[in-house]
Design a protein around this ligand. Structure first.
Ligand code: FMN
Length: 192
C-alpha cells in the first residue's frame, strides 16, 4: 500500500508560533502512523492580500502557484490554525483563497477535491481556538475537503509545551495521536 501523503502547515507566520509547535507534534504523530508528511511554513510563501485587479494584471503569484502544486501532490492536509477575533488568521484565509483560484484552465477547487483534513488549534486563551477552527472547517468544506469530525484544540497553549517542544500533558499527546492516526487511516483509504 502506498503511504498517504500529508501536507502540514500552521496558519501563523511567526517564528515562536504556538500553532507551529502544535503542528510539529501532530506531524510527528502522523509520520509515526505511517504517512509521508511534508511540513511547510507559510512564512516561506509570502504573497499579497488577494486583489482581483492584481490577479487580472499579473496572474496568480508564484508562491500561490507553488503552494497549489504542493496541495495537488498531497492527499491530506494537517492544519494548525490560530484564532484571530473568533475566526481564522488573515494569513490562512488569504493562502486558501489564492490556492482556490482557477489556473491554467484548471478549476480552482481541484487542489482541494478528494482531500481529507485534520484540524488543530492552539491559543493562550481558555477555548484553545475552538471558534476559529469552526470557521476553518466551514471554509474547507465549502472548498470540497472532507474534514474529519475529530479535531484538537489546545487552551492555555503558552503553558502546554515542555522546553523541548513536546506536549507536557500526556492526555493532550494522546488526543493528538488519535487524531493523527484517524487522518492517516482515512487518507490511506482515499488514496487507494
Ligand atoms: C488580531 C488578533 C486577534 C486575536 N483574537 C483571538 C481570539 O479571538 N481568540 C483567541 O483565543 N486568541 C486570539 N488572539 C491571540 C492568539 O491566539 C495568540 O496571539 C496566538 O499565540 C497566535 O497564534 P500563534 O502563536 O500560532 O502565532 C488574537 C491575536 C491577534 C493578534
Amino acid at each position: 500500500m502506498t503511504p498517504a501523503r500529508v501536507l502540514a502547515f500552521a496558519g501563523s507566520a511567526r517564528a515562536a508560533s504556538l500553532n507551529k509547535r502544535l503542528l510539529r507534534v501532530a506531524a510527528d504523530a502522523v509520520a509515526a502512523a505511517g504517512a509521508e508528511v511534508t511540513v511547510i511554513d507559510l512564512d516561506d510563501y509570502p504573497m499579497p492580500v488577494y486583489h482581483g485587479d492584481l490577479e487580472a494584471r499579473e496572474g496568480v503569484p508564484a508562491n500561490a502557484r507553488k503552494l497549489r502544486e504542493m496541495f495537488l501532490a498531497h492527499g491530506a492536509l494537517l492544519i494548525a490554525s490560530p484564532e484571530n477575533n473568533g475566526s481564522v488568521s488573515a494569513l490562512l484565509k488569504n493562502t486558501l483563497d489564492w490556492v482556490s483560484r482557477p489556473l491554467d484552465g484548471q478549476n480552482g477547487l481541484v487542489p482541494y477535491q478528494r482531500k481529507v483534513a485534520a484540524l488543530l488549534a492552539a491559543s493562550p486563551g481558555g477555548l484553545g481556538g475552538a471558534r476559529g477552527i469552526a470557521h476553518l472547517r466551514a471554509i474547507l468544506v465549502r472548498l470540497g475537503v472532507l474534514v474529519l469530525p475529530e479535531q484538537f484544540t489546545l487552551p492555555r497553549a503558552h503553558e502546554a509545551f515542555t522546553g523541548e517542544g513536546a506536549l507536557a500533558e500526556p492526555r493532550h499527546l494522546a488526543s493528538v495521536t488519535g487524531l493523527a492516526r484517524r487522518l492517516v487511516e482515512i487518507a490511506t483509504r482515499l488514496a487507494d
